[in-house]
Design a protein around this ligand. Structure first.
Ligand code: SIN
Ligand code: MN
Length: 273
């Protein structure tokens, strides 16, 4: 990422090569987007959130936290991250429109106990359950831990976003969280074409991915946690039409996000230090 020529604007812009990579592969990996101070402060906040007894904190069958939905609405650090210019500006650039927060997750993938995320496309769920009209939305993930081959990394099928929204079945059994998942024949066909990429990287890395990109992650049987925050951002004009799911899972506030200052997390880091 390159800074805008006006140092006061704090605007981060993707360059042409990054934009082309996103469109051709369906994702873009950006290392070193956040500092160790920023990510360690947020990681501390995630432990506080997981310790809360609230409906937004979904647990694995073992009882450890699986994900905390809408953490930006009840935790100050995650509120700031949810309007961070290093995340919001590039997504606005790619969607060419103001964006709102459709969903916000802090996924734990806990050491030893973090369970699978089956093969799926996010837009499949957003379209079927929430009546989001078009795939004009995307995820931007922030790694708060190092993500390695050992701790249940994301698995992407490159270029699978070009196949549109694929048939899926509603899996309400495999984990504690219902998901529209793809069958083995579809995953096999797509993986034979595109292979499987594992965007591993250090804490502070960011990965943006298209809402039709087929992805999954295996269980984490390692002793290392794998905390990743996901902002699912949607073009404002493409807001959801149906309010079937809980508001903390599929948000109904379509207010455009106004990006904060680039140093908005610095106080959080100072507190954690
Ligand atoms: C997701 O697909 O929404 C989450 C996957 C993961 O955190 O491994
Ligand atoms: Mn997903």
């Amino acid at each position: 990422m390159t800074s805008d020529s006006d140092p006061e604007s704090h605007i981060m812009k993707l360059d042409q090569e990054q934009i082309e990579h996103f469109h051709s592969e369906g994702y873009l990996f950006i290392p070193d987007c956040f500092s160790a101070t920023e990510t360690s402060g947020l990681l501390e906040e995630s432990y506080k959130v997981y310790a809360m007894d609230r409906e937004e904190v979904v647990r694995e069958n073992s009882g450890v936290a699986r994900t905390a939905f809408a953490a930006h609405t009840y935790n100050e650090g995650f509120r700031l991250l949810g309007a961070h210019p290093r995340l919001i500006k590039p997504v606005m650039q790619l969607l060419d429109e103001d964006v709102y927060m459709h969903q916000y997750k802090v996924n734990a993938k806990a050491a030893f106990d973090g369970e699978v995320w089956q093969w799926h496309q996010d837009f499949g769920t957003w379209h079927r359950d929430d009546e989001m009209p078009e795939p004009r939305a995307m995820n931007i993930a922030i790694y708060l831990d190092d993500v390695t081959a050992a701790n249940g990394p994301l698995l992407f099928i490159p270029r699978s976003h070009k196949d549109g929204t694929l048939p899926a079945g509603h899996d309400i059994e495999t984990t504690s969280y219902p998901l529209w998942t793809l069958d083995r024949e579809t995953v096999t066909r797509l993986a034979e074409q595109g292979g499987i990429a594992t965007p591993v990287g250090k804490a502070g890395s960011v990965v943006m991915f298209h809402c039709n990109l087929v992805h999954a992650s295996p269980p984490n049987i390692s002793p290392f946690g794998r905390t990743i925050v996901y902002l699912s951002l949607c073009a404002v004009s493409n807001h959801i039409r149906r309010y079937k799911r809980a508001e903390f899972i599929a948000h109904r506030d379509f207010t455009p996000i106004a990006p904060l200052a680039d140093n908005c997390l610095s106080d959080l880091g100072a507190e954690a230090a």
